[in-house]
Design a protein around this ligand. Sequence first.
Ligand SMILES: Nc1ncnc2c1ncn2[C@@H]1O[C@H](COP(=O)(O)OP(=O)(O)OP(=O)(O)O)[C@@H](O)[C@H]1O
Ligand SMILES: [Mg+2]
Length: 221
Amino acid sequence: MVVVEQLNRWYTIDKKRHQILKDISFHVKRGDFVLLRGVSGSGKTTLLSILAGLEKPSSGKVLIDGEPIAKLPDIHLSHFRAKKVGIIFQHFNLIDSLSLQDNVLVPLVALKIGLQEAKAMAERALKSANIAHKSEAYPTKLSGGEKQRGAIARAIVADPPLLLCDEPTANLDRANSLLFIDALHKLHQEGKTIIVATHDPIFDAIDFPHTIIDLKDGQIV
Ligand SMILES: Nc1ncnc2c1ncn2[C@@H]1O[C@H](COP(=O)(O)OP(=O)(O)OP(=O)(O)O)[C@@H](O)[C@H]1O
Ligand SMILES: [Mg+2]
């Protein structure tokens, strides 16, 4: 599902090269559950952004479901992302001026799905994320746990095989973090490939099979 080979990412500031990711290589098989761990600044968000096609590598190879995403032109990239990758963020990143249902419809725009079918897909995703009863609500009226369940619905609405989560429990209390992990477990059992960047120790206790990738100063240790 994910092939990363000899990936490097650097920024050049004042002619000086700042290396953020160094010679990263790993594979993730379809259906795997991966914890990407590392202290603040170790490069987790940068790596997830590259896997999502939101950022380009400076060098190296990245294949998502066989597609070399760094080489896709932007016009194909948004379609590819909508079909293949669901993203869940620390700050939920819902659009406050849209109802939850409309937030969940957003990823379907790039897929040019008709409104009737799109609404049915959103309804299914909201039900599956246990938040259908709030579909008319606006994000500012939702609790943190409810927003994150809404973000799950948005991530899965197009049924992408790969889910990327960046510090998804950082703004949740313990009870909601455990509910979130249960929801991920269910999606994992349904066959999704899931990569979670986190330094939340609550993930140390997960009792289903998973792989750990530890990042330190932009390198796998
Ligand atoms: N646009 C940028 N320009 C220059 N440096 C950047 C840029 N984006 C990130 N960095 C640097 O890259 C390093 C890795 O950042 P990244 O956000 O990937 O870390 P992280 O592991 O996600 O940290 P956290 O746990 O705090 O979210 C940091 O030192 C950061 O300052
Ligand atoms: Mg981060």
